[in-house]
Ligand binder design. Sequence first.
Ligand code: OOB
Length: 556
Amino acid sequence: MRDGCTPWPPEFAERYRAAGYWTGETFGAFLRDRARRFADRTAVVGGDRRWTYAELDARADRLATGLHRLGIGPGDPVVVQLPNVPEVFEVVFALFRLGALPVYALPAHRSAEIGHLRATTEARALVVSAARGPFDHVQMARKVADEAGEGRVPHVIGVGAADPGSLAEAGALPLESLRAEDADPAALCEADPSDVAFFQLSGGTTGLPKLIPRTHDDYLYSVRASAGICGLTPGTVFLGALPIVHNFPMSSPGFLGVMHAGGSTVLAPDPSPATCLELIERERVTLAAAVPPVAMLWLDAVDGGAQAHRDLSSLQVLQVGGAKFTPEAAKRVSGTLGCRLQQVFGMAEGLVNYTRDEDDEATVIGTQGRPISPDDELRVVGPDGAEVPPGEPGELLTRGPYTIRGYYRAPEHNAGAFTPDGFYRTGDVVRVAPTGHITVEGRVKDQINRGGEKIAPDEVEDHILAHPAVHDAAVVAMPDPYLGERACAYVIPRRGAEDELNRPALLRFLRGRGLAAYKIPDRVEVVPEFPATGVGKVSKRDLRAAIADAIAADRH
Ligand code: OOB
């Protein structure tokens, strides 16, 4: 495995191969094989564009050739930050064909995150949107690229420019210019299936987001198994409404599961009810995936709202995951949308759980499902690290055939995030029923789950502490009826700087540091001191309680 990664011990790798989970297939071969079987079927729909499997396959080859001529080759990381456009598929499969490694960034990321990804992976190129919009991704990517040391400045590649010719002035290459007329087989490389195929980003709890190395073998196993559990067929039409390179819409079962089955993915440019419900009707979508706040917006829009007239009869399953879906909201799905609900509890590090077709209603509404694999090992432990009695709440630890054994280039962090025998500490507090179904009860990790978008408080605190008028900062979750949680920053001003520190100034400062918008605190409380725990640390528990009380009082 690539340097900086933690391989599975050989006895586990052998076991996973013998069980038929790890088959030795690579992503490059995966698309080739799908294109052979499903050549003329539609693979992806985006706006008025529809690409068949054969067309996607040919595009991947041509772009791979162009990228190869640019100097990108086996093992080279490339940051991919694109909105939901068909070119996402073209770019990532071209990279797979070269044995190059996509590093998946979310569209919301800004220079702080993209700069970190570039530096950690020493990326050779940054592929970003050049479409006209409120934010200039090309300019940001250029700035990030120029921060790299001499000789290591990555290429900036722009996708979707209205006038590709003008991109050169902005210091970027238009994707169009890299599509070679003829695919050159010499450019294509057969990657090692047991090696890293791409990097996902962790939501993170400490410091900057960690990189998650996923191999061809482990990830394709989760894709195939997910497609089977979710009953996908060539008739599946999947609506990709969330950022498409997030683990959930990518592989749970996501667009890759849909490709495995020969179905079609319809890309939604945004998750709004107006956009998505219209697409479900027009494209006869059968499967959609949403985070809880998006699902709730869809429910409200159909339930006597602006989209009540939509014909959603094609929709068979709405998947909800990424954050806890309350039983109250879960109960509304089948009556309002006329489809089944499937809860999905997963993580980019690996483990994914689904409620199943055959589960009874109480299980689908009240649990977050059970694991994909018979070889997913779960342990539920108390604060002392010992397993709790069955059915009792505790922290979920897991290892298995598609759960990583370590983050990339993070040995110190790994020492705490994994047990010595290789279990990943999820930080989620769960109960496991005798049937194996998991209910998420809370978490022990210091993380904010803002409607499925994960925020590491101490990453934000570090940015706040860089403000000259700030003495100390603590970021905590506050309850929110729509997103589940939002972020509240408590700040103590420096003595004498009390007048300089106010909410607008702090938010402006954080935006200026290039932090993704979802990480910018929703509320700022300036206080003279923090409550302390018995041992003198900041008591985040007391801060969370204080802000929850203040919000409850505001409402009354
Ligand atoms: C998914 O992946 P990530 O990496 O963005 O976040 C993982 C974390 C979990 O550890 C848990 O804290 C939370 O998100 N989570 C849920 C949940 N699904 C994820 N908490 C409660 N209920 C759920 N259903 O979020 C992700 C990856 C693949 C599939 C689905 C979600």
